[in-house]
Design a protein around this ligand. Structure first.
Ligand code: SF4
Length: 331
């Protein structure tokens, strides 16, 4: 079992299969960095996914592909716990106990619930309403004191704190920990359409594990400064997504060159994109190498997830015993 050094981080991610640049810059990169500072518990939240997925046909494969990306990106299973939510049934127990201290109106008032209702008007299931309760159980089960989230997720963490407070108050205990939110600046990564957030469902993404050729193709499709119609037109890099990605993946000298030359039409968009694609492929080379090596041994990936499940269950079992004792249930 991992030992607590400077506190414990919990984060859950839906199994969305092969990850893209938006997932990497928005979450995975941070997951990897947090390992230096915290004991980290990273959960692939497949039960959460069931609230909205239309088919579970690819669920297992999506879990596997996502785990491959996490591990290849640098999540270290010897230091962190990486596991699948549904393999730790204690979370559903805690979810049930939490549901007794959660007013229904609070759940239906959450902006995220209203948004989901808008998005899935024909599938407003019970699980959707209880989603934040399950999320609270995810966090509290591992006594995580730190949850990295973007500002849009802040209401969920506040909700978790309230549920934990209500539980501790109701049963006169302090067995559960109120987590703190670690506000993280997640850069909003725009897709190759130059307009919307990068997302698989919008097919505007660039996969981390794409081949160099696929990456080149996707980069060449990227929408640039719409005012720059001809090669001789000066452009504005500040409104161009190609430039945004240069800032992340290119050397400072190249970023500065693009910034200067684009404004005076000294560089064409094709050349600019070729440079970005080259740098992207270079940046991702080591990741792709590790991923393809790991993919040769799928059993090893499943073993890591099973080992993560055992470590997670050791903590979860202990918490559930304490929770039951606090409630007054026999254990
Ligand atoms: S030169 Fe580069 S930064 Fe400028 S508009 Fe073209 S792609 Fe965008």
């Amino acid at each position: 079992m991992i030992t607590t050094r400077k506190g414990r981080v919990f984060s859950g991610a839906r199994p969305t299969g092969r990850q893209h640049l938006g997932n990497y810059l928005g979450a995975i990169k941070n997951y990897v960095a947090l390992q230096d500072e915290f004991d980290c518990v990273y959960c692939i939240v497949d039960i959460h996914a069931l609230t909205t997925v239309e088919t579970t046909e690819n669920l297992t494969q999506n879990i596997y592909e996502m785990a491959l990306d996490f591990l290849a990106a640098g999540i270290k299973p010897q230091e962190s716990i990486v596991f699948i939510q549904s393999q730790v049934p204690e979370v559903t127990e805690l979810h049930t106990f939490f549901s007794m201290v959660t007013p229904l109106g609070k759940l239906t008032d959450l902006p995220t619930f209203k948004e989901k209702v808008r998005m899935h008007p024909n599938n407003i299931n019970y699980g959707l309403v209880g989603y934040p309760v399950l999320m609270a159980a995810d966090i509290a089960l591992y006594k995580a004191d730190t949850v990295p989230v973007g500002v849009d997720q802040a209401p969920h963490i506040e909700f978790t704190r309230e549920v934990v407070r209500s539980f501790n108050y109701r049963y006169h205990t302090n067995v559960l920990v109120e987590p703190q939110m670690k506000a993280t600046e997640y850069p909003k990564v725009i897709g190759i359409d130059g307009q919307q957030k990068m997302s698989k469902s919008l097919d505007n993404h660039i996969e981390l594990a794409a081949t160099p050729e696929e990456t080149n193709q996707r980069v060449m499709q990227m929408v640039t400064d719409p005012q720059r119609m001809r090669r001789s037109d000066p452009g504005n890099p500040e409104i161009c997504n190609v430039y945004s990605l240069h800032k992340v993946f290119s050397d400072p000298s190249e970023v500065s060159m693009v910034n200067t030359e684009c404004r005076k039409a000294g560089i064409g968009c094709v050349q600019c994109k070729q440079l970005l694609a080259k740098n992207l492929n270079q940046n991702l080379e080591a990741f792709r190498q590790r991923r393809s090596e790991l993919a040769q041994k799928p059993d090893q990936v499943w073993d890591i997830l099973r080992d993560g499940k055992d470590k997670a269950r050791a903590i979860a079992g202990q918490t559930i015993n304490e929770v039951k004792q606090a409630i007054g249930l026999p254990i």
